[in-house]
Every structure is written in structure tokens, then in C-alpha cells.
Design a protein around this ligand. Structure first.
Ligand code: FES
Length: 263
């Protein structure tokens, strides 16, 4: 069985801040989990004061290893996340993780990081890691958001980016349209891009992976699936890859080679 080793830690909320009407940032002190966390991995959390019993998966948005802090960014979309948004400093949260396989990193060539919607969250830690730990040019970052009210992401990544570009659905900031529409111009301007890493809605990742494959650029995608156990046991998150192999998103991913998923 490909189960991940279990580490569960009771973390304390350091801050729980609204970034926009429906998106919030949660900072948890959980040094054991943070010490092990890699970009693209996730945690399963349980609100110890909430009404829902099941743990829920959240991508690791960023870490502060020195202070043992974990950042999660979430959209208030259901009962669990609405209850989470009401919690104040000092409240306990059970954190299981870090889980899964994150992004891979190579020294050669520049990386284009792409995020859509709340799927942008794991791009923060990935950008930090590329900028601080990997020799080579800084990443170019492309975010696809709904409108100008979702530009709060800039504060988290601008120090790590060679260039930060937005597309908005309504044209209220940056280029109007989808993230994929901006890619040809970016590749023309930064011909040293050799890797694309993308995290967002499936339709977006599919289009971008297909474009990357056509251009001969290595592409990793971070999949989102409903997860019950998060550790490779329940088989609730499996999918068939293009090679015919069945993968578990929680244990074999959530990050996969774009060729295996969309090729
Ligand atoms: Fe149970 Fe992936 S969520 S196997």
C-alpha cells in the first residue's frame, strides 16, 4: 500500500484574515508539519471547534520555517470553511501532513508558474522555493482571476517573481480573458522558459498542458479531487493516467506530469 506516513499536530491559529469578500488567509503555528512541508504538498485539517468531523484538504500556500508557521488560503464556499473563517487567534486546528508529492525542481531554465482562482495558493511557496533555493532565473508568474478585487495575491509573491502578470475575466485589471491567452506573449518574451507549473481549474490546466506539450515545454499540473482519507487508503481519489496506470491523487500526487494527465 502506498500510504503516506501520518503526522498529526495540533496547531494554533496565529491569524485568520479576510483577503476579499470570500477568500481568507489562515496562519497556523505547527512547526513539525512546517519542517517537512515541500511546495505543492497539502495538509488535511480539522477544525477542533467545528461541526464537521471529516478532515479537509488544503494546499500548502506558504511556510515560515524559522517560526514554524503555515499559511493556508481558502475560499469560504461551504459550512466547513464558513466556520473556519469565524475562528480567532489561539483556536486549535488539527493538522495532518504534509501529504502527497509536490512539484519537482530543476536548475536549468526559467519556470513559468500559473495559478487560477484559489488554486493560486500553492504557487506562493513554489515561487519562494524557486527564488530562494534553486539556482537560475527567477520565475515568471501568471495569475488568472475574476476581477481587480483579487489582486491581493501580489503581496505574497512579488518579491519572488521576475515578472507578475494578471488576466481577469472581466478586464478590470491586466489582460482581459483567461490565463492561457497570455502565454504565447510570455513565451516570446522569455524564451528561456523550460518548465511550466500550473494549479487551478481542470479546464485551465488541460489547455495549458496541451499548449506546453505542443511547445515541448515540461509541464506539471496540480490536481484537485475530493479526498476522504488523504493517505492512499480509501481509493476515493483515483484516476486513469494516459499510460493506463491508475493513480491516487492524494498519495501519488497531487502534482503530476501534464503528459500523464492530459497528453
Ligand atoms: Fe483516500 Fe486518496 S483520498 S486514497
Amino acid at each position: 500500500m502506498n500510504a503516506t506516513k501520518k503526522l498529526v499536530e495540533i496547531g494554533n491559529i496565529v491569524s485568520n484574515t479576510e483577503l476579499s469578500a470570500d477568500v481568507s488567509a489562515l496562519v497556523l503555528e505547527c512547526p513539525q508539519v512546517v519542517a517537512e512541508a515541500k511546495p505543492g504538498q497539502f495538509v488535511m485539517i480539522k477544525n477542533e471547534m467545528g461541526s464537521t468531523y471529516l478532515r479537509r484538504p488544503f494546499g500548502v500556500a506558504d511556510v515560515d520555517k524559522e517560526n514554524g508557521l503555515l499559511l493556508l488560503v481558502y475560499r469560504k464556499a461551504g459550512k466547513g470553511t464558513q466556520e473556519l473563517a469565524l475562528l480567532e487567534e489561539g483556536s486549535p486546528i488539527s493538522v495532518e501532513g504534509p501529504l502527497g508529492k509536490g512539484f519537482s525542481f530543476k536548475e536549468a531554465g526559467r519556470t513559468l508558474l500559473i495559478g487560477g482562482g484559489v488554486g493560486i495558493a500553492p504557487i506562493i511557496y513554489t515561487a519562494r522555493h524557486l527564488s530562494e533555493e534553486i539556482t537560475g532565473p527567477k520565475p515568471v508568474i501568471l495569475f488568472g482571476v475574476r476581477n481587480h478585487k483579487e489582486l491581493f495575491w501580489s503581496d505574497f509573491v512579488e518579491d519572488f517573481a521576475e515578472k507578475l502578470i494578471y488576466t481577469t475575466d472581466d478586464g478590470s485589471y491586466g489582460r482581459k480573458g483567461f490565463a492561457i491567452d497570455a502565454i504565447p506573449d510570455i513565451l516570446a518574451k522569455y524564451p528561456d522558459i523550460r518548465h511550466i507549473k500550473v494549479c487551478g481549474p481542470t479546464i485551465m490546466m488541460k489547455g495549458i498542458a496541451e499548449l506546453a506539450i505542443k511547445q515541448g515545454i515540461e509541464c506539471e499540473v496540480s490536481l484537485e479531487k475530493r479526498m476522504a482519507c488523504g493517505i492512499g487508503v480509501c481509493l476515493g481519489c483515483t484516476f486513469a493516467g494516459k499510460s493506463g496506470k491508475r493513480w491516487k491523487v492524494c498519495a501519488d500526487g497531487p502534482v503530476f506530469d501534464g503528459v500523464e494527465v492530459f497528453g
